[in-house]
Ligand binder design. Structure first.
Ligand code: NI
Length: 402
């Protein structure tokens, strides 16, 4: 393992020249993917584009892990160890508002979460490593994953179909663009990093009537207000305060009028946390509270919780080692510590199965006006990020597999 400050062998760890040589190529791949986005579970042309490159390079791959996913493999020197690098490749149902030459050609569809960048970056890593298989021992799986943005998530399908087996993957790494972080930097967090995300649906069934005669109704509007308040109390009083968790109600629908109390109210929300036990307990409490309050008021409440992605845990040893490798290849000042995020990511499924490290790639450049967040119609990246992204991945791989 490389220690901070320890001298590294530049021939082995520093790929500046190789990256420089293929940089324009990586940018071209990214721009092609950006201009031709495809939604989750529909990544047919994206997948074909990757397969064409792999065929051209003579790199073996498998398409048996579900959807349009591709898993390419590189074998290095003798060795049992197998690690995986993962990039997601789906786009979002957003109309792009950028006017750059590589803007989306598909109406209502955009790479607004940078998955085009993740894919091009991993292709860059693969393009270099395929010519340097003498530098690592064992096998590297390159996972080009479909459908990160849509439940049940490509990762869960690929794991079910055995992507982490044959050979057994011991460690997995992935990166994600981060518009809050300046280009040239990368960010890491050891331990709990991203939240589980579950969808909450409530239907409060009361008895409607005239707004002037509430005593003859069972008012579901008033009950919904009680439930919303109580859910926030659950969050602050019943949950372990050392485990971050959030309940937000984002939609309420009660179709009464100024003088009409409706029969029912529907509500939707999200529940996020960073611990699977608390997550299960939270589901129980949310259900009991909503049903209990409705019952106490003579109403009924149906509760449906649709489970999304689990929480993402970054393995401590992998993360510390990856940070050290990143510091050695990029320099100390370009590697930062990240706070916890309450957003979700299906990479979490891998982290529930094997030691994993998911880190962030800085893409922000205020001078160029590249400041917009992901899932924004003006999102873009400073493509110089590929120099950092490819270098960091290579540093990690060669550190762990040399
Ligand atoms: Ni994303």
């Amino acid at each position: 393992m490389y220690q901070v400050g320890k001298e590294f062998n530049p021939n082995k760890m520093n790929f500046h020249k190789e990256i420089e040589n293929i940089f324009d190529q990586i940018v071209a791949w990214r721009r092609h993917l950006h201009a031709n986005p495809e939604l989750s579970f529909e990544e047919k042309n994206t997948s074909a584009f990757i397969c064409d490159l792999l065929d051209k390079w003579g790199v073996s791959y498998s398409r048996e892990y579900g959807g349009y996913s591709i898993v390419a493999s590189l074998k290095g020197r003798e060795g049992e160890k197998c690690i995986a690098l993962r990039a997601d490749m789906d786009a979002l149902p957003i109309q792009e508002e950028n006017t750059c030459e590589y803007k989306s050609k598909v109406s209502g569809c955009m790479h607004a979460c940078g998955h085009d960048v993740h894919t091009a970056n991993l292709l860059g890593v693969l393009a270099i490593l395929k010519d340097h298989t003498d530098l690592f021992g064992g096998t590297i799986k390159f996972i080009f994953q479909h459908a990160e943005e849509k439940l049940p998530g490509g990762a869960s399908i690929m794991i079910e179909k055995g992507v982490l087996q044959n050979p057994k993957v011991e460690e997995i790494y992935g990166l994600h663009v981060f518009p809050d972080l300046e280009v040239g930097k990368v960010g890491f967090r050891s331990g709990m990093y991203m939240a589980s995300c579950d969808e909450l649906y409530f239907r409060i069934i009361g008895k409607g009537g005239h707004g002037a005669m509430p005593h003859k109704t069972i008012d579901p509007i008033q009950i919904s207000a009680q439930i919303i308040q109580a859910l926030q109390t659950v969050n602050s009083r019943s949950f372990d305060p050392t485990i971050p968790s959030v309940i937000s109600i984002g939609r309420i629908e009660g179709l009464g009028a100024t003088n009409v109390i409706p029969d029912e109210v529907k509500m939707q929300g999200t529940f996020r946390t960073l611990n699977e036990e608390w997550r299960a307990k939270g589901h129980e409490l949310i259900t009991e509270i909503a049903k209990g309050i409705a019952k106490a008021n003579g109403a009924q409440c149906e509760v449906e919780i649709i489970k999304g992605y689990p929480y993402l845990e970054n393995d401590q040893e992998l993360t510390e080692s990856a940070m050290a490798a990143a510091r050695n290849t990029l320099g100390e000042e370009r590697v930062i510590d990240l706070p916890i995020r309450m957003t979700g990511e299906d990479f979490a499924y891998y982290s529930q199965k094997i030691p994993a490290c998911f880190f962030r790639l800085g893409v922000r450049n205020e001078e160029k006006g590249i400041i917009h967040g992901v899932h924004n119609s003006k999102f873009d990246v400073d493509e110089a990020c590929f120099k950092t992204g490819v270098q960091t991945m290579l540093g990690i791989v060669l550190d762990r597999m040399s």
